[in-house]
Design a protein around this ligand. Sequence first.
Ligand code: C2E
Ligand code: CA
Ligand code: CA
Ligand code: CA
Length: 263
Amino acid sequence: MELKNMNVSDRKAMLLQALENDEFYLLYQPKLQLRTGKVIGAEALLRWEHPVIGTISPLDFIPFAEETGLIRPIGEWVLRSACKQNKMWQEMGLEPLTMAVNLSASQLFQGDIAEKVENILKEMELAPEYLELEITESMTMDVEFVLPMLRKLKQIGVSISLDDFGTGYSSLYHLKEFPIDTIKIDRSFVRNCTIDAKDATIVKTIIAMAHQLKLEVIAEGVESKDHLIFLQQNLCDEGQGYLFSKPVSATGFAENMRAFEQI
Ligand code: C2E
Ligand code: CA
Ligand code: CA
Ligand code: CA
C-alpha cells in the first residue's frame, strides 16, 4: 500500500483518519547560536505513524495533504501542538526557546492565518516572540496577497524565516520586499561548502548579504565539524543539523537540553 498509488479520495480518507486517530506527531531539532554553542530554538518536524505502513515522511504526504486541502487542519494541528510543547518546556523550567513551524502555501493563502496564529498563542499563553514561521520562496510569488499576510503576522510579534534559501527564484526581490527576520541557507549549499569552492562562495555571500540587509542567517544540514568551523569563521549566526542533533521527541529534546545546561 503506497500513498502515491492511491486515488485522491482514498488518500483524503486516510489523512482524515490519521488526524482523527492521532497518527501524527512532531519531532524537534535544535537550532544553535554558533558563536556561543547555545540552543536558542527548535524546529518542529511532522511525522505520520500509520498503523500498517509505518512511519511516513512529510516529503511523501505533505504534497497529498496540499492536494486534498487537508494541509489546513493538519497545519493547524502542527501549530497548536508545537506552541503547546514550547509552553510546556518553559513551564518545566527550560531556558525559553523560539519554536519554528513550517507553513505550507495553502495555509498562507487561507487569508485568516494571522488570526489563527494569534488565537493559538492566546490559547497556549505563549508570547509571540517564541514562535517563528518558516516559509519558502515559492510561497512569496503572489506578492499582492502574501505581503499583507506576512505584515499581519509580523504585527502579532512572531518572526518569519525564509526556508531553503537559494533554491527558488526572485529571491533578491523577496529579501528586499518581505518582512522577514532570518534567511535559512539550504542544505544543498552547506553540504559541500568545505570541499567545493563554488558552494563556499555561495554560502559566504549569502551570509554577508544577510548581514548587510540586517537579517539573521542560519545554515541547515550542518553535519560535520568542518561545516561548523567554516560557518563560524564566516560569521553565520545559527546552525541546525545532524552534527548537533537529529530531530528527536519532545522528551528527548528536553533531556538533551538539561544535559547541555549542566555542561
Ligand atoms: P525542511 O523544512 O527543509 O526541514 C529540514 C529537513 O532536513 C528535515 O527533514 C530534517 O529532518 C532534515 N535535516 C535536518 N538536519 C539534517 C542534516 O544535518 N542532514 C540531512 N541530510 N538532513 C537534515 P524532514 O523532517 O524529513 O522534513 C522534510 C520537509 O518536510 C521539511 O523540509 C518541510 O519542507 C516539510 N515539513 C516537515 N514538517 C512540516 C510541517 O509541519 N508542515 C509543513 N507544511 N511542512 C513540513
Ligand atoms: Ca523548515
Ligand atoms: Ca529547509
Ligand atoms: Ca532544504
